[in-house]
Structures are given as structure tokens and as C-alpha cells.
Design a binder for this molecule. Sequence first.
Ligand code: FES
Length: 322
Amino acid sequence: MTSKGLTLKIAERLEEPGNILRLRLARPDGAPLPKFEAGAHLDLRLNDGKVDLWRQYSLCSDPADTGFYEIGVLLDPKTRGGSAAVHKLALPGVTFEVDGPRNHFPLAETAQKTVLFGGGIGITPMLAMARRLHALGRDFVLHYCTRSHAVTAFCQIIAHAPWKDKVVFHFDDQAVEQKLDLTRDLPAPAADTHLYVCGPQGFMDWVISGAEAAGHASANIHREYFSADVDTTGQSFEVEARRSGITVTIGPADTIAKALARAGVKVEVKCEEGVCGTCVTDVLEGTPDHRDKFLTDDEREEGTMICACCSRSCSSKLVLDI
Ligand code: FES
């Protein structure tokens, strides 16, 4: 179930190790929240007069619990303003405009075997998935990788979880045999074995390419990027917004969404780095140069959609259905 336009208050703010805030959000009147699926995220509007941003945060609480939503927010030293704003603004009692929950990272709940890989703050959707898989009685393992035990968040939650024995911790500063070893820790590929990966881009790229090399089908490797280092630059090209009757030129450092916005054609954007899917627009003609991390391999190949916040064009002109 998806809901939009909630106003939620910070019911609890907890400091976790590793500069991570654990936030509980609830309705101000305490009424039940819409149900969500494991893997879903919330869009939070962060507005303090200076910044006005939407950012996405995976839900880590129990999908069966409608009393509150819980998210984890890392204070990212490379923040573009989002994580710093949450750490500053999310004080107990403060309310936020929230969209969602929405799920771009759904669980294949009937899989025979599920292996979850969470790197750092990428553990958050995995906690909701572990709770759900346990409730379903499924066979699963959660590999949780961090730099060291001292900066590992959510240890208390895991220590008290009935599925704690399914969690394997891997710390970068420990002995080599304790670290994640894809040769050892990836399951054998099978049609009903599914992998889920979330964390920093380097971690994700490593696990995904290792899984593909080991023979896992791309469709069985599920991924959720929190942020991405996208290169949005390139050669100039033209974009025709057919329904709006407007054509714009996208310069080498410009984006489709920004150029269209200047011409009065609004494309809704949130993350602006190709991970949330808010800006996905239908392509009528031309060949997109996909720079995002949101579309699947099949969707890229079809070429009928584009993330207008970051992707470009291989052809001299793109025609969009907008
Ligand atoms: S705004 Fe998030 S993918 Fe484009």
C-alpha cells in the first residue's frame, strides 16, 4: 500500500554509532500508519528556510508494525545538504512532510534462499527484509559489512532480534578471514536464490560484479543505491518536450530537467543523482545515454524511459512525452 502526503513527527531520536541517527516517525495523533513492504523508503522534505530538499530513507522497522516508521540517517561527510539537515532538524516533536512509503526494492518473498548484503548505512532496508523473511519462515542470511565494530549501528536491534543467528558481521579492521569473501559467502546461483545489495557505491559495484561473475542472473541481484557519483556532463543535444511543444538545447554541463524547467516545463525531481526514480520520463524518439542507477538493465535496453535529472542522449535529439 502506498500513501502520499503524510505529516509525521519525530517520536524518538536515538544516536547510533558511526554518526548514524535512528529516527522513529509517527502520526502526531498516534493513529496507525499505512502498511509498507520490506525494502520500501520514505521521502522526507527537509526545509529550514535555507535548504528545501527531498531525500529518500529506507525503512528499517518491522513492516508488520503500523505504530511507527523507523529510518537510519548517516551524517555523510560528502553531504549535499540532506543528511546534515536531518541531523540538525530532526528533533523530538518536530514534524516533517513525508511522501510514501514507496518500494523500488521489493522482496521476492517466495524465494527458496535469500542472501542480504548490507554495507554501512545500507543495512537499513536489510533490517526490514530480515524481519519480514523471519516472519515468513524463509531461509536467509544477512551479511553486514562495516569499517569496524565501533562504528556499527543497530547492534542492539540485531542482538535482540529472533533472527540474530542469521546475521554475519564483517569488519574491515579485523582478520582477513572475518571479512566478506564473495567466493565463500555468495550462495550457489539458482533460479530461486535471490540476492539483495545496498550500501556505498564501491561496495555495491563489487558485490554485484562478483555475483554476476559467479553466475547469478542479473534479475536475481536486487540493488538499492542511496546515492551515486553520476557524471551528468557530455556533448550538447536537443530535447523536444512534445506535449509541451518546446525544444531546448542541453549544454555540456546542463541536465534535461534543469533546461526544461528554465523553459517552463516542470519535471519533478528529488534526489537529482539518478537513484530515486522521481524524474523518470517516457522517451518517444532518440537513444538515451543512461547515467542513473535507478532503471533496470532491461529498461535501459528498451530505451523507452530516461531519468531526466542526470541522463543524456546518444542521439543528437531526444523526444520526450512531456
Ligand atoms: S530525481 Fe531522483 S532519479 Fe532523478
